[in-house]
Design a protein around this ligand. Sequence first.
Ligand code: SF4
Length: 381
Amino acid sequence: MTDLPPHIAPTRYPAPRRDPADLARDLPRAKLRDWMPRRVLVTRSAAPWPLAQRVMDRAAAAGIEVVELSGDRITGLKGGTEAETYRRAKSTLAVVVAPPSQMRPQPIPPSADWRFDLATGCPAHCQYCYLAGSLSGPPVTRLFANLPQILNLLPDKVGQGHVTSDDPARRHEGTTFEASCYTDPLALEPISGALSQTISHFGAWDAAVQLRFTTKYADVAPLLDLDHRGRTRVRFSVNVPAITRRFEGGTAPLNARLAAMGQMAQAGYPVGLTVAPIMPVEGWRDAYDRLFADAARALAPGADLTVELITHRFTPGSRDVLMGWYPATTLEMDPAVRSQKRTKFGSVKFVYPKDLMAEMRAALDASLARHLPRARFLYWT
Ligand code: SF4
């Protein structure tokens, strides 16, 4: 076996395990880790939109402080230290109007033809967060109140795009629209309702289109009875317990995510596993094998399942941001044990060395074939 990179701490996995669906049924609702902000800020332009009104109503009902700003600038996030600013930003929801530049759908390979955003920012505390370095300023979540305007721009893209629209093997999926590039939309659902609104919009949109989002949350109850018409694929972002427990603060427990996947599949949604970020932690072969076995148990036979496999990577910029947010992290982000890869824009990212990548891919492919032979594999990166 390839030597593990240094700094990867040994991990012990708990032995006897129960069916993930049973475990999740026993979880009190709070353990699904609904997120509610401590404070809601609403900009002047956002306030008249119905979505902003809904957020304010829900916040008021939950006893959450609501501040209606006199302008469109988000203020009051800066604390005395970086840690304080982080805490304030992560516990605040800002309701804003997306500017035209942020409303335009953008290509987003390999996940989907197009991306559009319901929000930017995420309330969870993943120590490897994909958003680090890609959003500037304090990590506040900005929810877009002008959702109808954003959705109105999507029809122009139907039939275009290079991931599913022009791939004969995937064209049956329709034009795909990814809604979780810069947020976790299910995390915001209890306060926003924006995800339900979007799923219903796609359900009513009689065209060859597909909404996609990925989540580390599990409270899917508001989505189960929506008229989705199979036009939304929800993928659950999962990983081995050594990673979910240690590095994914504020997210739903793994068992709850797997059980939520089973519930969504039973409600007729196509579902997916986004296994990310894959890391060669101690015992990784067995741990990922168990993860796929647990996922298989959470699904009824015949579920429409896709799988995306994404290895851990970082950039110099994301590493700096993450080390600022999580200075005590034990997450391995050592350029010396990684290979450098140039993106098409010329920037550098650090990935696992080629041999280790090949070894991990072979092992995960074999586990997938063993436990989820009918799943449709989409990509490895
Ligand atoms: S759930 Fe995703 S976006 Fe949110 S903190 Fe974790 S990695 Fe970042």
